[in-house]
Every structure is written in C-alpha cells, then in structure tokens.
Design a protein around this ligand. Structure first.
Ligand SMILES: Cc1ncc(COP(=O)(O)O)c(C=O)c1O
Length: 408
C-alpha cells in the first residue's frame, strides 16, 4: 500500500559519529575512467589499446559461436534454477581439471577444485585459504603485475612481498632477480606466478626457467599460486599449460586460479575455478572443506550460467572442436598483429618474442598523454597495450602517431 511507505527522514545536520564519516574516497579504477573517456571521444579513428578484452579485426568482442550454441542448448534443456552448492558446477570443474593440470593430475586424489566467480574469485578464494592456514601468510609478487593482485591479496590479509621481475626499458625478464628473491623466501611462503601470457608484460618463462623455478620452490618448500587466466592466447592451448605441468611435477603443494572469461569470451559471466594440489588425500579433503567455507562466506555459490555453458561445450566433441578452432583464430590474430607491429617499428620489435594480449611499452607518461590527446590512441597509464585492440589497418596509423610524439 502506497500510503504505508515511510517518508524520508527530514534531518539535515551531519553527525560527527556517522558510520561512513571515516571512509576515505577511493580513486576510480583507472581503466574504467579510460573507457569512459574513450567512449566520449568523437574521433572516428580513435584506437582502444586499454581494455583487456579480445577484439577481432573490426574491433568487436564477439560472443563465440560455440558459446551461442551452448546457450541455445541450455535454454532448451535447463529444467531448474534451484541452488547448487558452494562448489558450483562439479561437472564443469572436473572437465577443466585435465585441461588445466594435465590428464595424470586430473585423476590424482590430491587434486581438488571448486568453481569460482572468474579468475578474480579464484585468486580471492586462494588468498582466503592461504590466510586461514595461519603460518602461510606471505605472498611473493614479481612486479609489474596485474594491478588487482595487490588489492585482492591484501584484502584477504596476506603480507605482500614484491620484487622486480621485468625491465621495461630492455623488455627483459629479470630472471636472476626472481631467483634471488625466491631464495630469500621462507618455507611455506606463497609465490604468485602467471601461468602464461603475462599481464602486463607478455613475457613468459621458457621451459628451462620454469624447471629452475619449480626445483627451487620444491627445495625451499615454497607454495606456487599460479594465475592462469589466458590459456590458449599464447603459444597454443596445450603449450600454454607447460609451466603449470612442470611446477606440479616438482612441488608438493600448489594452487591454480583459472579463468574461462577470456578463452571462452565469457567476461561478464564471471567463470573460473580454483584448484589445489595437496600433499595427500586427507590434506585434499581439508583444503576442499576450507575452499567451501571461504566460498560460503564470500558469495555462497558462484554464478551458474558461464560454467554451465563451458560444461556443455566441453561435453560435446563437436562444440569442443569449434571452441578450439575459434580460440586458435583469436590466438593467431594476436600473434600476427604482434608480427606486423614488430616489422613496422623497432619500438615494437620485442613484441614478437612476447605473447598473449598484452605488452608493456617503454614509453613515458608524456608520450601516453599526447597519443591520447593528439591522436585518440588510448592505453593504460603504465604503457600497457592490448595488442588485440589494434584493428586491421590501425598499425600504420599507430606507428606514425608514435613516431610523431616520440620525435623519431
Ligand atoms: C592476470 C590476470 N589474472 C586474473 C584475471 C581475472 O580474470 P576474470 O575476469 O576471470 O576475473 C585477469 C583479468 O584481467 C588477469 O589479467
């Protein structure tokens, strides 16, 4: 009944004890501000190298055909939307296991996993489980890294220990510095590593480096947390899991935070999983129960739609084949844009040695601001570019603009 609605409190004074008075205003997400600015830019020829999503040669982030097909099946088949458990879609998790951790580990009772809201949810759940295991509260993070790593880990109460792992000027991995940092870590410390397609540098470890790291982590009793958000965008679907496989073969314990949001193009559907590789079956059981209790406290259960779509794709030989082909098409487009850029200007030469959607250009904030103001070319303030944001025909304009503002 309308008349029963309470009228707003007419009090106008401010209370010194207001619950929210102590809150400091937080800065907006810089990438979201960039999106808004780009949207309002009327220039037809503007180029978006900022947002971290795949774009095709015409600049669109399409819904993949296999996803559309699975959604059609889901619409016809789904009989209930009743709750699932905190573990999410168990079929989805089990189908991911061999893709993420390899066939042998997928059958190993020491491996457990739950569905999460995207890779972000997987990282947060991992951090909560780490924080709940008392002594294991320090996490080693090589910089530069994905800017959300630090807030996710600190929100869960972990102590973050950073070290330099990449030199932007030389575009080289600082592998010796990485080893030196990890040699000073204490047993039980956690080490964040990007599984493939490093965000933001595009520079991954080679096989020998993964093996060196895996042995070091095993002998020093360090626990890897592998952030695996871009499988299929780097060297190929299976090659992208090489590092994860090497690490799992060596260490006694590991966590893998997986995202399906990029390689299935599901982004806003928030689709991912957290896997834990543990010392024995009783430990697996303990870790699993902690994953479930942390999931309950955070989101009760993950959103269903994306995981149901992925499960339907992976259950069907035909849809799985289509998905692999579509993903391979995306991967090869990104690789060919890298080649085109590298051939066009020496600034971009290292991009062919890197992989995935991102690279971190050695340019300063003045150049970044001028590219935006004078040419409508938008990128993150760090100089990170999304290579997939370059449409067919953009390379020449980008190179010309870059030469203009850098004066060479
Ligand atoms: C390195 C890295 N990890 C994790 C994520 C999280 O992915 P999701 O969108 O699935 O939460 C991202 C997303 O950009 C990422 O770049």
């Amino acid at each position: 009944m309308q008349g029963s609605r309470r009228t707003p409190n007419a009090r106008t004074g401010t209370s010194q004890h207001g619950l929210f008075n102590a809150l400091k205003k937080q800065p907006p997400d810089p990438l979201l501000s960039l999106i808004a600015k780009l949207r309002d830019d009327p220039r037809q020829e503007k180029i978006d190298l900022g947002v971290g999503v795949y774009r095709d040669a015409s600049g669109i982030t399409p819904v993949m055909h296999c996803v559309k097909e699975a959604e059609r099946l889901l619409l016809a088949m789904q009989a209930t939307k009743s709750y699932l458990g905190s573990e999410g879609d168990v079929g989805f998790v089990n189908l991911l296991k061999p893709m993420v951790c390899g066939e042998a580990f997928a059958r190993d009772p020491r491996l457990v996993g739950v569905q999460t809201p995207g890779g972000t949810g997987a990282l947060r759940l991992a951090a909560d489980v780490i924080a709940a295991s008392v002594a294991r509260t320090k996490i080693w993070l090589g910089l530069p890294s994905w800017p959300n790593h630090e807030p996710i880990f600190s929100a869960a109460g972990l102590t973050i220990q950073t070290y330099r792992s990449f030199d932007v000027t030389t575009q080289q991995l600082l592998f010796d510095d990485t080893i030196a940092a990890l040699k000073s870590a204490q047993p039980g410390d956690v080490v964040l590593l990007h599984g493939c397609c490093h965000n933001p540098t595009g520079s991954d470890f080679d096989v020998a480096q993964w093996a060196t790291l895996a042995k070091l982590m095993a002998t020093r009793d360090l626990v890897p947390l592998l952030d695996f958000a871009y499988q299929g965008f780097g060297r190929g679907f299976e090659p992208d899991a090489t590092g994860i496989g090497i690490v799992l073969e060596h260490v006694g314990e590991a966590l893998v935070a997986y995202s399906c949001d990029k390689n299935f193009g599901l982004y806003r559907e928030r689709t991912g999983a957290l896997f834990a590789f543990t010392q024995d079956a009783p430990a697996a059981d303990r870790v699993y129960s902690n994953m479930l209790s942390a999931a309950r406290a955070n989101w009760a259960m993950p959103p269903d739609h994306g995981a149901a779509v992925v499960r339907l794709i992976l259950e069907s030989d035909e849809l799985r084949r289509d998905w692999h082909q579509e993903l391979e098409d995306m991967r090869s487009r990104v690789a060919s844009v890298r080649q085109e850029l590298a051939a066009a200007d020496s600034l971009f030469a290292p991009l062919v040695l890197q992989c995935g959607m991102f690279s971190l250009l050695p340019i300063d904030s003045v150049v970044i601001a001028r590219l935006q103001a004078e040419h409508g070319i938008y990128m993150a303030g760090s100089g990170r570019i999304n290579v997939a944001g370059i449409r067919g025909g953009d390379v020449e304009r980008l190179v010309r603009a870059m030469r203009g503002v850098r004066g060479r």
